[in-house]
Structures are given as C-alpha cells and as structure tokens.
Design a protein around this ligand. Sequence first.
Ligand SMILES: N[C@@H](CCC(=O)N[C@@H](CS)C(=O)NCC(=O)O)C(=O)O
Length: 209
Amino acid sequence: MYTLYYSPGSASMVVHLALLEIGTPYRLELVDLSAGAQRDPRYLKLHPHGLVPTLVVDGAPVTESAALLMLLAERHPEAHLAPAPGSPARASWYQWVLYLANTVAPTFRFWFYPPELGAPEHPAPVREALQSKIESAWGRVDTHLGANGPHLLGGEFSGADLYLTMLMRWSRKMPRPATEWPALRHLADRVRARASWKRLYELEGLTEW
Ligand SMILES: N[C@@H](CCC(=O)N[C@@H](CS)C(=O)NCC(=O)O)C(=O)O
C-alpha cells in the first residue's frame, strides 16, 4: 500500500497518474499548499524541503517526482511505464525523464516561484528568458515527436509521456502554451484520452486542462 501526499495538478500529478496506470491500491493525503501545509512540522518530517509529492513506500517516505516515476516503473514492470531494463528503449526513457526533470521542470519552478530568483515578481528580462527557455524545450521535444512520435518512445506509450503532459499542462496560461506545437498537442491529446488522466481529474477535482 502506498500513500501519496499530493496537491491537485502539482508535481504529484505524474506520481498519481503512475499509480492509476498501475492499478495498485493507494491512499491520498491532501497537502494544502495555499494554507502552507507543506511547511507543517509533521509534513516536514516526511519531506524536509516542504514540497509535494511525497510517496510513502513500505512505510518510508520517498520524494522527487521523477525518482518516484522511476521507482514505480521498476516496482511494477507489468504496467509498462518503462521499457525493459537493459533495452535500448530503456536508455531513451531515462534520457527523456531526466531531460524533463533536469531541464524543463526546474525552469517551471523559477517561472512559478519568482522569489527563488530574488524578487516578488520577475523583472521583464527574467520572465522573457524563462519563457524562451521553456519554449525552446517545447521546440526540441516537438521536433523529436514529429520525427519519432507519437510518444516520446515512438509507438509505445510510457510513463515519460505522463511526465511530459503534466509539464505541458503547466504552460496552459503562458503566452505560448505547449499545445501550440502540433506534435506536442497530439501527444497531450493521447494522454488526456487515457482512463488514468480522466480518473485523476475526478479524484483531484481538476477541471482546467
Ligand atoms: N523537484 C521536485 C519539485 C517539487 C515542487 O516544486 N513541488 C511544488 C508544487 S509543483 C511545491 O511543493 N510547492 C510548494 C512550495 O514550494 O512551497 C519534484 O519534482 O518533486
């Protein structure tokens, strides 16, 4: 049994989607970010950095959304969230998950949390630089998907597509949302048609794409 500490639509989303894809039993615990619950001393015992998600696995808290996606893929190979260990496709899978986690997700973090770059709101040049970095990532992924898609690994859906679609969703209010790139939009449409995505919307009370 897993327990997922989550906030609707946040970085916990990919972990929640993975749990739904697997079909394993789990418990959900809401961390109300708007009320500062991530800084509650009881939650800090689980996640000392005060972020979501945390997944309690066999009684021990584990953090970092990409690490949790990898862990769940490893623990539940039957769900095919990742290709077989040792295969060439597995190498591509690591490459894409880590690209999203190392390059795209931290830029979103800065986009959404200006104080982490030293100001209550981004000065225009910083905002433009972050926007351009996110858009150049969309361009790169879109080129890859256009040539090798429809999924990040080609014909086969994987957990990397869940992670990518979560990040794409975060861009929906940006001046140029990810869905303006055609191959990205096509991938998002496929992921949004999955039962896991629809169920997550019900469970987390999400409405907006
Ligand atoms: N690298 C972390 C980032 C997690 C993260 O930034 N979570 C955000 C929500 S998307 C959060 O907890 N924000 C609350 C805060 O910073 O106080 C991961 O992928 O798990």
